[in-house]
Design a protein around this ligand. Structure first.
Ligand code: GTP
Ligand code: MG
Length: 369
């Protein structure tokens, strides 16, 4: 893959392109002014001029320049973002459905319920929890692979009439690798053949000791179908969240992650985004992956119109000029910058998505590429 031209590299290094060319020549390397250079050549030339090169992804590069620092006094606590994982048919969807049905925000009822892949609920104790409705571990893994960190707590659902199954183990592994705390939900206890102790024993054999067995992992026996134990599970999630002391700054331009996006024939591109810091407002210019657009409308999962959304809020936005990918970061910026960065990302995506820059070089020169 070739990244930048000899001319651009010379500018980054703060030398003339002739110096670059003659340096190369002295090593028997013939390059032209506008010749695009590969990683090896860039590293070599930069080294000759006393610079070390670091290769970072296009998204990482452009996100860096859009980041804003937080002041300690601006940080306020935010709702935990929870992903429900577990083996097929163990009751993930049923659990989420029950939670959603019984924890509708006061005064927000009446909207058209629609699938947006993420839900924010208010528990009976008045606290908020955001649930991500990931269809499977693949989504979780794919998001993580793209560098998106969108889960604070993982709820591992295990059916009490079954056992710890391969996908249960996988889910546990994923959470452990990601360093995300787990809360166990032993589901289907209404079933006559339910045996929660058998599940706890299987977990103990994996070195996971639940609290009532003297361990550190919170665990709740429940029935998603009958609603037994669900409120207790929510309280345990909130307790876990308290330990994490989750905070974010709502007083700045929003940043976050794209959960899903699609094209609606009537409305245009719809993107469900999770605001992770800052506050997203109607009219904001959003840059997500290589797409951008002004937020024309913002809806919660019940279809209620919103004018703003703060940290940990999942919202569906209308107005992007394309569908970004799940796991893409989003930022709020000016139209000019959004257009410029989106175009560059698109170009970079075409060119393999990685380019060479040296951060300190950029800082020294005080310019962006
Ligand atoms: P996948 O999305 O396919 O991985 O499954 P899931 O984990 O989302 O399971 P789902 O919620 O679809 O539940 C699977 C089956 O178990 C359904 O028939 C549910 O009605 C049933 N089920 C879920 N929870 C309970 C429960 O607490 N008790 C009983 N008796 N059945 C349950
Ligand atoms: Mg399901």
């Amino acid at each position: 893959t070739e990244f930048i031209s000899a001319n651009d590299l010379a500018t980054l290094l703060g030398v003339s392109v002739n110096e670059v060319i003659s340096k190369c020549l002295s090593f028997g390397m013939f390059i032209a002014i506008n010749q695009r250079l590969d990683a090896e050549a860039i590293t070599f030339i930069a080294d000759e001029f006393g610079y070390e090169v670091e290769f970072i992804s296009a998204e990482e590069e452009t996100s860096i320049q859009l980041e804003q620092e937080d002041k300690e006094e601006d940080l306020v606590s935010r709702a935990p973002i929870v992903t429900i994982m577990g083996h097929v048919d163990h009751g993930k969807t049923s659990l989420l459905d029950y939670i959603r049905k019984t924890n509708v925000t006061q005064g927000e009822a009446g909207g058209i319920t629609q699938h947006i892949g993420a839900y924010d609920v208010v528990t009976s104790s008045g606290k908020r929890i955001t649930f991500l409705d990931t269809p499977g571990h693949e989504a979780f893994t794919a998001m993580r692979a793209r560098g998106a960190k969108v889960t604070d707590i993982a709820v591992i659902v295990i059916a009490a009439d079954d056992s710890v199954m391969p996908q249960t183990v996988e889910a546990i592994n994923h959470a452990q690798v990601a360093g995300v705390p787990m809360v166990f939900a032993i589901n289907k206890i209404d079933k006559p053949d339910a045996n929660p102790n058998k599940i706890k024993e299987a977990l103990a054999n994996m070195n996971i000791l639940v609290e009532d067995w003297g361990g550190k992992y919170q665990c709740q026996e429940l029935s998603a179908k009958k609603g037994i134990g669900v409120e207790d599970l929510l309280e345990k999630i909130l307790l876990e969240a308290e330990f994490l002391d989750l905070k974010a700054n709502p007083k700045k331009n929003a940043t976050g992650t794209v959960i899903e996006a699609s094209l609606d024939k009537g409305k245009g591109y719809l993107a469900t985004v999770l605001v992770q810091s800052g506050t997203l407002k109607i009219g904001d210019m959003v840059l997500a992956g290589s797409h951008y657009g002004k937020v024309k409308a913002m809806l919660d999962y019940r279809g209620n119109k919103l004018t703003k959304a703060g940290p940990s809020m999942p919202v569906q936005i209308l107005g992007l000029n394309g569908a970004p990918q799940a796991g893409d970061k989003f930022n709020v910026t000016t139209e000019r910058e959004a257009k410029e960065i989106a175009t560059r990302r698109e170009q970079l995506l075409r060119e393999q998505g990685i380019r060479a820059i040296k951060r300190t070089t950029l800082n020294e020169l005080g310019r962006r590429i």
